[in-house]
Write a protein that binds this ligand. Structure first.
Ligand SMILES: Cc1cc2nc3c(=O)[nH]c(=O)nc-3n(C[C@H](O)[C@H](O)[C@H](O)COP(=O)(O)OP(=O)(O)OC[C@H]3O[C@@H](n4cnc5c(N)ncnc54)[C@H](O)[C@@H]3O)c2cc1C
Length: 205
């Protein structure tokens, strides 16, 4: 295990693995992730794992578009393929006029970011998903890129590509304490020894 690195990411769920991956893609390769158990042994492995473009503001829509594009690329990587049901399509339902107005607002906001969310009426909801009852239904918001992914495989793939770029991952290594020094650097204390670093990312869920 390294005793000195630039960044220590604590926690090997989606937040930690994605942070580690993105740091390496930005050229920060002197980085490590420490996980107390196995990767994706926290909440991530049993998440619903819906992957949608829907977001309440443009920042969220942008982040989700980034995720969709990244997950598609990762799922198609022959070196480490993962299960991703991409663009099956999904509907958010509305049974009040206020919800319908919200969907019109979200779809026009998303259009400004080249994201295509479509407001549809109740009959069209039922046509696209035959199990939907139209009773009390006003309509819905159709997201053509909606899909789902295996979240555990996704974490492993992000860690795989981060490792390939130079990052190190220490499993079965609980963090027991943090010490911040006067020069703003840190010591991360783990069951298997200490790691000095400039930046700590707490992704413990
Ligand atoms: C593809 C995808 C789709 C999702 N879709 C949905 C959805 O449709 N609906 C929804 O509600 N949510 C969804 N989620 C979110 C999900 O339910 C969780 O909120 C999310 O996965 C939490 O991730 P996390 O990394 O913050 O936490 P966790 O997965 O819990 O990871 C934290 C990690 O930190 C480790 N840890 C804790 N303490 C220590 C320590 N002292 N030392 C070392 N390690 C430690 C834990 O062991 C754990 O592995 C989705 C997530 C993904 C990945």
């Amino acid at each position: 295990m390294k005793s000195r690195t630039k960044v220590v990411v604590i926690g090997g769920g989606i937040a930690g693995c994605s942070t580690l991956y993105h740091l390496t893609q930005e050229g920060w390769t002197d980085v490590v992730l420490v996980e107390r158990d196995e990767l994706t042994s926290g909440t991530t492995w049993h998440s619903a794992a819906q992957v949608t473009n829907f977001g309440a503001n443009q920042t969220m829509v942008g982040l989700k578009t980034h995720s969709i594009n990244l997950y598609k690329r990762l799922s198609e990587d022959p070196e480490y393929p993962i299960n991703y049901h991409h663009a099956d399509g999904g509907i958010r339902l509305a049974n009040t006029e206020a919800q319908m107005q919200g969907y019109r607002h979200f779809s026009s906001m998303a259009r400004g970011m080249d994201v295509d969310l479509e407001v549809i009426d109740a009959e069209e909801c039922a046509r696209r998903h035959p199990l939907i009852s139209t009773e009390n239904l006003l309509g819905g918001l159709w997201d053509p890129l909606d899909g789902d992914i295996d979240p555990a495989q996704l974490c492993q793939a992000l860690a795989f590509h981060a490792r390939k770029a130079g990052a190190e991952v220490y499993r079965n290594t609980p963090v027991t304490a943090l010490t911040q020094h006067k020069d703003d650097t840190w010591t991360v204390h783990t069951k298997h020894g200490d790691i000095d670093c400039d930046i700590v990312v707490n992704a413990c869920g």
